[in-house]
Design a protein around this ligand. Structure first.
Ligand code: C2O
Ligand code: CU
Length: 516
């Protein structure tokens, strides 16, 4: 199903603007892959570098194959008929030795995404989307990841403070048949994190086909709050997809216009039965390219309580939640304002795609009453003030948008080179990075591994309350600029930073810092 051809491109619509970019890279050399598969685990990183080098430079256009026709999702999946599943909770195989140990196998599976059909997907332990790992601050989690797919993978825990050898960077590949053990110290406060594939040039298709899952980290601060919990605390991963006439997922890197089926926890336009009380919803944008701007159809209030790095200091009430790929929003919606029997749709106001499809996300059906002891306190947590800054940098994100056949994604004018260090950072220091999207039409965003940062300013103005907490990914619409402060006091080593529109990072919009 997945071949090593790489048709890399991206097309996005922002507001009225429309843009199509495409590029190709050479497939990874099968001989190199075979060598890597028989190497020892200790050689994994070196082989990864060889694999990546093979696919790194740009080669001639590759035939993407015949066009599979328009997205059939809207025709095959009547809206608001399927119940939204909650992704399964992963159970540890051991809780001995001061750690919760999990065993995960990456394998092909088929999932019932569309009514009456089965769709081939890539999974962690057979689940689409992946299972949920629940962790507690201060308690180590060990995940043994086994790759039974026919391509190399890498598992990145997005938003986490982890040693470099467990970061799951683009070059730290697990080749077919191999197992790699990731150790997550969880020496950070609560946060709704997620894990996903990160194998260089392959991450985009792998994530699209299913390799992502929630990692919900909690701590005493969070648990002491009377927020909605248990069955009233729902993780919801949002994304888009394109299906062919048989209900198979169609992956072409340059066609977000055709990904017009919206999935919530892997189901198209599901319905979510809720009680007339408060719910906590942990929203994740797990799409490759699509930006969501979410609103309740009646414009009703949504209380945002958290962002990428956990709870905000104070909740705030809004009617719109903006999420670029990789970002999370933690919100509370009080359904007690709706009479039992009411339905309210969660809508998306952003293109691309026909509004009758991409403009709808899921529907809440208020089906019963329920006791509600939960509340949203006026103060949720206290964040330390960012410390003194020792260094400032500027980062420029830019993709070719002149219509050339092989556009590149660049950071500071360069495409990603795993052998190059782009930023030397002194361990223990705090820096301000001013990140700018230099494109006219192409939106980007910016994700730093390892750290949760603070947004100091967006376009010269103070951040909105939604961006005032801890963040690991920020959106950057064309021409926008964000000043952020990060403190590098966790681990030494090399970590990537990149645009989280995964096609863009695969096109080279990724760089690497070294903390020493
Ligand atoms: Cu969620 Cu480097 O990625
Ligand atoms: Cu980008």
């Amino acid at each position: 199903m997945v071949t090593r051809r790489r048709m890399i491109g991206a097309a996005l619509a922002t507001g009225g603007g429309l843009l199509l970019m495409r590029a190709t890279v050479r497939p990874a050399d099968p001989a190199t892959a075979a060598t890597a598969a028989t190497a020892t685990a200790a050689d994994a990183d070196a082989d990864a570098a060889a694999l990546a080098a093979a696919g790194h430079d740009h080669a001639g256009p590759t035939d993407p194959g015949p066009d599979p026709g328009p997205d059939t999702g809207p025709a095959l999946a009547p809206k608001f008929t399927t119940a939204m599943p909650v992704p399964p909770l992963l159970s540890p195989v051991s809780t001995d030795g001061g750690a919760d140990t999990y065993a995960v196998t990456m394998l092909r599976s088929s999932a019932r995404l569309l009514p009456g059909r089965r769709t081939d997907v890539l999974t962690y332990n057979g689940a689409f989307p992946g299972p949920v790992i629940r962790a507690r601050s201060g308690r180590k989690v060990v995940v043994r990841q086994t790759n039974l797919l026919d391509e190399p993978v890498s598992v990145h825990l997005h938003g986490a403070r982890v040693p470099a050898d467990s970061d799951g960077g683009p070059m730290s590949l697990i080749t077919t048949g191999r197992t790699r053990t990731y150790t997550y110290p969880n020496d950070q406060s609560h946060a709704s994190l997620w894990f996903h594939d990160h194998a260089h040039h392959l991450e985009s298709e792998h994530v699209y086909r299913g390799l992502s899952g929630f990692y919900l980290l909690t701590d005493e601060t969070e648990r002491a709050l009377p927020l909605p919990a248990g069955q009233y605390d729902l993780p919801i991963a949002l994304r888009d997809a394109r299906f062919d006439a048989d209900g198979n997922l169609v992956y072409r890197m340059d066609d977000p216009f055709n990904r017009t089926t919206i999935l919530a926890n892997g189901r198209p336009w599901p319905r979510v039965e809720v009680a007339a009380r408060k719910y906590r919803l942990r929203l994740l944008n797990s799409a490759n390219l699509r930006f969501f701007s979410l609103r309740l159809a009646d414009g009703g209030p949504i209380t945002q309580i958290g962002s990428d790095g956990g709870l905000l200091e104070r909740p705030f009430v809004t009617d719109t939640i903006d999420l670029s790929p990789g970002e999370r929003a933690d919100v509370v919606i009080d359904f007690s304002r709706y009479p039992v029997g009411t339905s309210v749709t969660l809508t998306n106001t952003l293109p691309p795609g026909p509004a009758e499809h991409v403009g709808q996300v899921l529907r809440f059906d208020v089906t019963r009453t329920a006791h509600d002891p939960s509340s949203v306190p006026a103060v949720l947590r206290t964040l330390p003030a960012p410390g003194p800054v020792v260094r400032e940098r500027t980062i420029v994100l830019q993709a070719d948008e002149d219509g050339r056949a092989e556009p590149r994604g660049m950071i500071d004018g360069k495409t990603y080179d795993p052998a190059r260090v782009d930023a030397q950072v002194a361990f223990g220091t705090s820096e301000i990075w001013t990140v700018t999207n230099a494109n006219q039409q192409i939106p980007h965003n910016f994700h730093l591994h390892l750290v949760q940062f603070r947004v100091l300013a967006r376009n010269g103005r103070p951040p909105s309350p939604a961006e005032a907490g801890l963040k690991d990914t920020v959106r950057l619409l064309p021409g926008e600029s964000v000043r952020l402060q990060a403190t590098f006091d966790a681990y030494r080593g090399r970590y990537p930073y990149h645009c989280h529109l995964l096609d863009h990072s695969a096109m080279g919009m990724m760089a690497q810092m070294e903390i020493t």
